[in-house]
Write a protein that binds this ligand. Structure first.
Ligand SMILES: *Cc1c(COP(=O)(O)O)cnc(C)c1O
Length: 224
């Protein structure tokens, strides 16, 4: 069986250096995460608040934790002090709570707007048509403690690579449109987080700047 370090190297060597790899460590124990850390990985993605809280104190403090799963507003304050990026902002309410809590903590938090690009009903995120009203509101509310750095999305889980490519292309188009309209001279708005174990190569071809890879690095997840 190949090691976590080997798997990491394999993924890393297949993507341009300009694309960041977020190692998705959800459900994996700290010993396994430590193996990735020792191989040089510093950015990790988790999708449950309680799970990050359980793990982070047992791991080096220079890890960048990215929240990639649905975040309930009442849990924001539990992670605000240490999380580097919240990739899964899926409502204006959540953005506003992140802003409030970040202000209390004296921080500015990097966020991505999660956008629903897949055909499936189950995937979360903003619908494309919700974005204009939300971004207008963001402009008016002047959230000073969140920095919107780009978009995140998940393609449909399917073998139909044409469809997956189409969905990633769509996310990139949305990114460009928003950038032109709302973040034209904003150097921070530059991230397109797309691509997972099964589709990251297509995502990179379609302009991903950040891939989120779990099972290819750490092995299949234990069902929890
Ligand atoms: C679990 C998860 C991933 C990683 O999935 P793999 O298929 O294991 O690479 C990426 N993004 C999000 C939002 C996830 O929840």
């Amino acid at each position: 069986m190949s090691s976590v370090a080997d798997n990491l190297r394999l993924v890393q060597s297949g993507i341009p250096v300009s694309v960041r790899l977020v190692a998705v460590s959800k459900t994996k124990p700290v010993e396994i995460i430590k193996q990735a850390y020792d191989a040089g990985q510093r950015v990790f993605g988790e999708n449950r608040v309680q799970e990050i809280l359980n793990k982070k104190d047992h791991l080096p403090s220079d890890i960048e934790w990215h929240m990639i799963g649905h975040l309930q507003t009442n849990k924001v304050k539990q992670i605000i002090s240490f999380v580097s990026m919240i990739q899964s902002v899926d409502s204006l309410k959540l953005l506003s709570v992140i802003d409030t809590e970040a202000a209390k903590a004296g921080k500015v938090i990097d966020c991505l707007l999660e956008i629903h690009i897949a055909g499936e009903e189950t995937k979360s995120g903003f619908a494309e048509e919700e974005l204009d009203p939300v971004l207008e509101q963001v402009k008016n509310d002047e959230f000073n403690n969140v920095r919107i750095c780009g978009v995140m999305g998940m393609a449909t889980f399917t073998d139909d690579t044409r469809r997956v490519r189409q969905e990633f292309r769509h996310l990139r188009e949305i990114f460009e449109k928003i950038k032109n309209q709302y973040f034209k001279n904003n150097p921070f708005f530059r991230e397109i987080s797309m691509g997972m174990s099964g589709d990251y190569k297509i995502a990179v071809e379609e302009g991903s700047t950040m891939i989120r890879v779990g099972s290819l690095i750490f092995g299949e997840r234990n069902k929890i």
